[in-house]
Design a protein around this ligand. Structure first.
Ligand code: NAD
Length: 295
C-alpha cells in the first residue's frame, strides 16, 4: 500500500540497479513511479509495485524526489537538461534529485548549481553493493551535496541504503565512488595475479584464496567476488565490463586533472582498457578469470 505523505518518488533508469532500488522504495511504502527507455524493463517494474510511466516528463511533473540510475554523466545531464522547463514551472515545490549513477564530479556540480538556482536540490549519491544491495535496500551510498538537500532526501536515502555517508559538497560523492571503484578494479587484478602466482608455484588456487581471506591480503573482491562469481564460473554479478571500464577511465582522468601521480593505477587502467578479449557486455568478474587463466 502506498503512502502519499512520504512523497512520490520517480526512478529514472530501471536496469540492474535501478529496478531493485525502485522495488525497494515501493516495498518501503513510497508511491514509486519508474521509467526506462526499455519497455521490457518497465514491464518488469510493474510486476513489483512500481508504476511504470511512458515518458520521463511525467516523473518530473509528479515526483517530490527523483532517483536516477543511468549509465553515464552524459545520460544524467541529458535527462536534467531536457526537463529544465518542468523544473522551472515547479519552482516553489522543491524537488530533490538523488543521482545514484556513477557519474562525474564536474557534471554533478554544474547540475547542482543549476537546480539550486530553481529552488531544487541535486545530490550525487553513487552506490556500492550491486543489484543484490539495491534489491534489499542495503546499499552503501556516498553523497555529495548540501546539508539541507541531504536532510530533505533523508527518508528516501534511508530506504535504499544500509550505510549513507555524506562525504562533502557537490561532487564529493562521485570522487569517493571513483576512488572506491579504482581500488575494486585494482583488487580484481592483484587477487587474480596472486592466485596465478600460487598456481604457478604449485598451490591450489582455492587453498590460496582461503588463506588470503583469513589473512591481510583480503578485500571484498577476494572475499565475495572470487568465491561467488569467479571460482564458481558463474560470472553473473550484474555489473558490466563496460561500466567498470568507464569508472577506471574516469578515475584516471581525475588523477590527470588533479595532478595526482598514481603509477599502480596507471597500470591497472591499461589492463582494464586493454583486455580486448572481453566485451563491454561481459560481466566485470570475467576480468578475474581472464587474469588467473594465465593470459
Ligand atoms: P544497466 O545498464 O543495467 O541499467 C541502465 C538502465 O538505464 C538501462 O535499463 C537503460 O535502458 C536505462 N537508460 C539509459 N538511458 C536512459 C534514459 N535516458 N532514460 C531512461 N532510462 C535510460 O546499468 P546498471 O548496472 O544498473 O548501472 C547503473 C548505474 O549504476 C551506472 O552508472 C553504474 O556504473 C552504477 N553502478 C552499477 C553497479 C552494478 O553492480 N551494476 C553498482 C554500483 C553502481
Amino acid at each position: 500500500m502506498s503512502n502519499n505523505n512520504k512523497g512520490i518518488v520517480g526512478v529514472v533508469g530501471l536496469g540492474s540497479m535501478g529496478l531493485g532500488m525502485a522495488q525497494t522504495l515501493a516495498a518501503s511504502q513510497f508511491e514509486t513511479l519508474g521509467f526506462d527507455l526499455s519497455e521490457e524493463r518497465r514491464a518488469l517494474a510493474a510486476k513489483s509495485g512500481v508504476t511504470p510511466v511512458s515518458t520521463i516528463s511525467e516523473l518530473f511533473e509528479k515526483s517530490a524526489f527523483l532517483v536516477f540510475s543511468l549509465p553515464t554523466a552524459k545520460d544524467v545531464a541529458g535527462v536534467v537538461n531536457n526537463h529544465i522547463g518542468v523544473l522551472d514551472a515547479r519552482q516553489g515545490q522543491k524537488i530533490v534529485i538523488i543521482d545514484t549513477s556513477t557519474s562525474e564530479p564536474d557534471v554533478s556540480r554544474e547540475l547542482a548549481d543549476k537546480l539550486a538556482g530553481l529552488g531544487h536540490g541535486f545530490l550525487d549519491a553513487p552506490v556500492s553493493g550491486g543489484p543484490a544491495g539495491a534489491a534489499s535496500g542495503k546499499l552503501t551510498m556516498m553523497i555529495g551535496g548540501s546539508d539541507e538537500d541531504v536532510a530533505v532526501a533523508g527518508p528516501v536515502i534511508e530506504a535504499m541504503s544500509a550505510k549513507a555517508l555524506h562525504v562533502g559538497p557537490s561532487g564529493a560523492g562521485n570522487v569517493a565512488k571513483l576512488v572506491n571503484n579504482l581500488l575494486a578494479a585494482a583488487h580484481m587484478v592483484t587477487t587474480s595475479e596472486g592466485l596465478k602466482l600460487a598456481a604457478a608455484a604449485g598451490i591450489d588456487p582455492e587453498a590460496a584464496l582461503r588463506v588470503l581471506n583469513a589473512a591481510s591480503g583480503r578485500s571484498m573482491i577476494s572475499e565475495v567476488h572470487f568465491p561467488t562469481w569467479i571460482m564458481s564460473d558463474r560470472f553473473d554479478s550484474g555489473f558490466s565490463m563496460g561500466l567498470m571500464r568507464k569508472d577506471v577511465r574516469l578515475a584516471s582522468e581525475l588523477a590527470a586533472r588533479t595532478g595526482a601521480e598514481l603509477p599502480l593505477a596507471d597500470a591497472v587502467a591499461k589492463l582494464w582498457a586493454g583486455s580486448t578479449e572481453l566485451n563491454d557486455t561481459d560481466d566485470f568478474t570475467r576480468m578475474g578469470a581472464f587474469k588467473s587463466a594465465g593470459k
